[in-house]
Design a protein around this ligand. Structure first.
Ligand code: HMG
Ligand code: MG
Length: 286
């Protein structure tokens, strides 16, 4: 039997957060409802950040309230601080994610905190979630390159990974936020992170700006990673990472994984339909 590799769908969050045009809540709900039929175990649908910083995610509570929850699917949300965590709980997010960075420049630009300050803010979120029985995922941005600080030392990523591990994150997603990583830098970064966190607790999150995301996924597969974040239609970017193009497209990752002999358990016809819907929402020709 083919080995299972999970694609964690992040399109409704990472894909749409960057949109200038306000996307109607009903359209977001329709996208999530379609994705819920594709076979994902986890879909990131919401982000409880400051609406002043990311207006596109201001209706996250309404999105979570409006979707038809499919059994067995975990609907995830970003929570940068306790205020975000409380909003996520109220909205019924099944799991939450704290998100830090490997570089000071990006941490400051994205969440207005140094790396150390951000970890202090995450700690109570992780503790509260533990008490509530809510799984917490961790993200690290800029794992190979930073739009502010340049190339990133693998050890800097490993340090933050160790801190998130110690807070109890069940999985740590390693983000090539600006899509500048190449298999060599991804491999070197993973070698350092694997000293701290085993492959079963890591995920790859590759943006595709440099068109190397699929190659980077292969490099990460070689290091034992079996979870990859992706966004239908290749949507995405990060509002605080200039030049961050779309996440790697879910449909492309699913096809590459199938070619490599892995099973993703996904229905490609539903994913293709969702990719068309997502592109149309952005005003890009389907
Ligand atoms: P701050 O201004 O330092 O926060 O922002 P503050 O604590 O000083 O509060 C300022 C105001 O924001 C207050 O309101 C707070 O109540 C409010 P006021 O009194 O002025 O009316 N506030 C909130 N409101 C709603 N929800 C909250 C919240 N927190 C404070 N949770 C903060 C700090 C972290 C809030 C801000 O910087 C922020 O929201 N940043 C989010 C940026 C973001 O969402 N970036 C994109 C996601 S990360 C990403 O895409 C990367 C990833 O995909 C991986 C990768 O690709 O690398 C995950
Ligand atoms: Mg991202």
């Amino acid at each position: 039997m083919a080995e299972f590799v999970e694609i964690f769908e992040v399109g409704p969050r990472d894909g749409l957060q960057n949109e200038k045009r306000q996307i109607p809540t009903a359209d977001k709900i329709a996208l999530v409802d379609l994705l819920s039929r594709a076979g994902f175990r986890r879909i990131e649908v919401a982000s409880f950040v400051s609406p002043k910083w990311v207006p596109q995610m201001a209706d996250s509570g309404e999105v979570l309230a409006g979707i038809a929850r499919a059994p067995g699917v975990s609907y995830a949300a970003l929570t940068p601080n306790m205020k975000g965590y409380e909003r996520a709980r109220e909205a019924g997010a099944d799991e939450v994610a704290i998100f830090g960075a490997a570089t000071e420049g990006f941490s400051k630009a994205n969440i207005n905190a140094s790396i150390e300050e951000s970890l202090e803010r995450f700690r109570p979120v992780a503790e509260a979630a533990k008490g509530d029985g809510v799984p917490v995922r961790g993200y690290i941005s800029c794992v190979t390159d930073c739009p502010y600080d340049g190339p990133v030392a693998p050890e800097a990523v490993a340090r933050v990974a160790a801190a998130l591990r110690d807070m109890g994150c069940y999985e740590i997603s390693l983000g090539d936020t600006i899509g500048q990583g190449v298999p060599e830098t991804v491999d070197a970064m993973l070698a350092a992170v694997l000293e701290e966190v085993p492959a079963e607790k890591l995920a790859g999150h590759f943006h595709d700006t440099g068109r190397r995301a699929l190659d980077n996924i292969e490099a990460a597969l070689g290091r034992g990673l079996r979870v990859f974040d992706a966004a239908v239609g290749g949507l995405g970017g990060c509002p605080y990472a200039p030049g961050a193009a779309g996440n790697v497209a879910t449909e492309a990752v699913a096809r590459r994984l199938a070619d490599l002999g892995y099973d993703t358990g996904l229905d490609l016809s539903v994913i293709d339909e969702a990719a068309g819907m997502a592109r149309a929402m952005r005003g890009v020709a389907a």
